[in-house]
Design a protein around this ligand. Structure first.
Ligand code: 3H9
Length: 697
């Protein structure tokens, strides 16, 4: 064996050979690991002095699967199916000793062994569909031989991760070892029976169970093409012998690996890990946040309190008086009771979580809070009053956060004598459900306060993304441009339904006008009125939404908005057409037709353009953070990877040309960003630009 390969090493304990994978951070099956495993398998198979083999990944680890970072590159020898075939061909008994995760290709490797034992905290799963692919190294053929076809459809189709005890029950693992896993593996290896999974017959099939599992997986798969493909593959190959099934698996795996959807999902996987890296915070310790307080028990404040309680922390909710505190308490009780009724929680857990939240009108309760989140009305005078009071009651070192969406958190920080302790925590409604959390760094936010915001978000199971201060932060600022340009498209000739249909066929669950109707058109209307005096006269202004509101059409809640809801569904409305026609005439516009593709490209381009401005200004740390904001907070389709990933795929020259056309339609504020122009002219991508900036130095 190649001695310079430290990714895989062999040691001996008597007649047992221990093959150890050691490849940071998670023992992915990168090329050196595959090479090392292949060489080890061949060497041990030929060594008559070896009577048993143990395969392990060191303490706390086994194998996290194929290397996700290699998947953008062409396949590189040795390929995993060959490595796995070599492991299965070892004539001596091979024991997989699993501590930590055996995911994807990691479980495929384990299933090529004769015996699989694990620590109680280990977990296993064929999770490939999360990445838009299917198990490509025999997983779709070996798992059904262990658990049956219907169960395999469920586990692979839903990308389930099983804890070790459950995996033992299903027959995927052979046993749990509480202590001394390796010693036990060494003890078992020489006497273990050869049990070649690929040689086992597929258990008797159950058509009805397969059909039910298939339907459930496809429903949960939310349009990820790999789910339907793998479900079909499992059913098709259940009647085949192992080599034929393996061949079919490969045939379907390769195009999925190369698909745009898989590239988008990989991009988002890596983006999520990257988002946690914030320059300047290396080694900075967050402050404590065991006791959280929320100011304001309205919809947002209650949602935040629930997110806190769901994470096992306690929350005090401050309301303006005892009556409001009682209303908040009953709202929380109802919300948890509803979750218990729907079966999402047991009654006991619901009661426990309700008890972790204490609504009160007593500001003295804030004295003990480590982290205080203001979620009151969006009005600067209200915020000023709250933050001045907070400054007086909060203990020294407490972190003070505002959940404002549109007000300037720097101004809010200045109401205190401790602006270094202030930051923005911008939750998205419903705050106990939505994953996105914008963590807003103010001019004076101390590094450990920012680190606290990130750690707190992570503790809540959110995806915290750092944003600088600007109007609307990352998400709402880009969204505002997107919405404005959708309205320009309508005034220029598209119907609201055409715009929404184009967005839905792009992959959004709902078009933007339908979303507007659902949230209500009055909040944005009030904001437009507030800003009317300061609006740049060079910016094109479309008044259609104002006319809708003036006509009492405030969205779903009033029965009509951009659409009519008389039938219970969003229907186009001649009254809206008349308003649009009148506005077109007033603006001197001759309407023209837009294809769905033109609508999609225009809206994608203006989002990418505003995002480029945000990057130039340093509001966002990196393009991939912006992709995460949109895929987690604004319904941007994950299969497209986010607006900047999608813009890269379209080509930035084409995007720039679209932005130039959009600038003619939009006037001031719609000009191409210098960064977008620079990247387009250099014929490069946002992704390359990010990579270049991440290079040390
Ligand atoms: C597959 O196996 C296909 C096969 O069928 C083969 C066909 C031929 N590759 O999440 P964390 C990195 S598909 C490369 O923060 P945690 C990650 O980027 C694969 N890198 O830690 C990060 O790096 P950095 C199926 C990977 O403790 C670091 O590890 N497998 C991979 O919260 C720590 O990650 C999966 O889908 C990888 N496979 O969770 C498993 N995995 O420090 C995906 C992780 O530079 N991975 N990294 O930012 C996971 O679910 C979690 O990462 C894991 C650890 C549970 C392993």
């Amino acid at each position: 064996m190649d001695q310079s390969n430290t990714a895989v090493t062999i040691s001996r304990e008597g007649a047992v050979a221990l093959v150890r994978i050691d490849f940071a951070p998670v023992n992915a099956l990168s090329r050196p690991v595959r090479q090392g495993l292949l060489e080890a398998a061949r060497e041990l198979a030929a060594d008559a002095s070896v009577r048993g083999v143990v395969l392990h990944g060191g303490p706390g680890r086994f194998i996290a699967g194929a290397d996700i970072k290699e998947m953008d590159l062409p396949l590189d020898e040795p390929i995993l199916p060959d490595v796995i075939a070599a492991i299965e061909a070892i004539p001596q008994p091979v024991v997989a000793a699993i501590d930590g995760v055996a995911l994807g290709g990691g479980l495929e490797v384990a299933m090529a062994c004769d015996l699989r034992i694990a620590t109680p905290k280990a977990s296993v799963g064929l999770v490939e569909t999360r990445l838009g692919i299917l198990p490509g190294s025999g997983g779709t053929q070996r798992l059904p031989r262990l658990v049956g076809t219907a169960k395999a459809i469920e586990l692979i189709g839903e990308a389930k991760v099983l804890r070790a005890p459950e995996a033992v029950n299903l027959g995927i693992l052979d046993g749990i070892v509480e202590d001394e896993l390796l010693a036990e593996a060494v003890r078992l290896a020489p006497g273990a029976a050869k049990r070649v999974v690929s040689a086992l017959p597929i258990p008797a099939r159950n058509e009805a169970a397969e059909e039910a599992a298939a339907q459930a997986a496809i429903k949960k798969g939310k349009g990820v093409p790999a789910v339907a493909v793998v479900v079909g593959l499992l059913r098709e190959t259940a009647a085949m012998d192992f080599p034929a099934g393996l061949k079919r698996e490969r045939e379907l795996f390769l195009p999925l690996r190369a698909s745009a959807e898989a590239a988008a999902l990989r991009h988002l996987f890596l983006a999520e890990r990257e988002a946690a890296r914030v320059p300047g915070l290396e080694g900075v310790k967050p402050r404590a946040f065991a006791h959280v307080a929320v100011i304001g028990g309205g919809t947002m404040g209650s949602g935040i309190a629930m997110a806190v309680a769901d994470a096992g922390l306690t929350a005090t909710v401050i309301e303006r008086d005892e009556a409001a505190a009682a209303t908040c308490a009953s709202r929380l009780r109802d919300a948890y009771a509803k979750q218990a009724k729907s079966g999402r929680l047991t009654d006991a857990v619901a009661a426990e979580r309700t008890a972790r939240i204490t609504p009160t009108a007593d500001w003295n309760a804030l004295a003990e809070a480590d982290l205080i989140i203001e979620a009151a009305f969006e009005d600067m005078a209200v915020k000023e009053d709250i933050f001045r009071r907070l400054d007086a009651v909060a203990k020294p070192g407490a972190v003070l956060a505002t959940n404002t969406s549109y007000l300037n958190p720097d101004e809010i920080a200045a109401f205190t004598k401790r602006p270094q302790d202030v930051l923005g925590l911008h939750f998205f409604a419903p705050a106990n459900i939505m994953k996105l959390l914008e963590v807003v760094r103010c001019a004076e936010t101390a590094p450990d306060v920012l680190a606290t915001g990130l750690a707190f978000g992570k503790k809540l199971g959110k995806l915290p993304i750092v944003s600088g201060v600007c109007e609307g932060f990352i998400g709402n600022r880009i969204y505002a441009v997107y919405r404005r340009h959708a309205e320009y498209l309508v005034e220029d000739g598209a119907s609201p339904r055409e715009v929404d249909a184009a967005l839905e066929s792009y992959g959004f669950a709902m078009g933007l006008f339908a979303v507007g109707d659902m949230s209500g058109l009055d909040i944005a209307w009030a904001m437009r009125k507030r800003r009317a005096a300061t609006r740049d006269p060079g910016e094109r202004y479309v008044a259609i939404a104002d006319r809708l509101c003036e006509a009492g059409r405030l969205g779903r809640k009033t029965g009509s908005g951009w659409y009519n809801y008389a039938s219970g569904k969003a229907e186009p409305d001649p009254a809206v057409d008349a308003i649009i026609a009148a506005e077109r005439q007033a603006a001197g516009v001759t309407p023209r037709a837009f294809t769905p593709e033109q609508i999609q490209n225009r809206l994608l381009a203006v989002m990418a353009n505003e995002a480029a401005k945000i990057l130039e200004e340093g509001i966002s740390l990196r393009p991939s953070d912006i992709d995460l904001v949109f895929t987690n907070g604004y319904g941007f389709p994950r299969l497209k990877g986010g607006p900047l990933f999608a813009a890269d795929q379209l080509g930035l020259r084409a995007v720039l040309a679209e932005v130039e056309a959009a600038a003619k339609a939009g006037g001031v504020g719609s000009e191409p960003a210098a960064l977008l122009r620079e990247l387009a002219e250099a014929n490069t991508t946002f992704k390359e630009w990010q990579r270049g900036r991440a290079t040390p130095g």
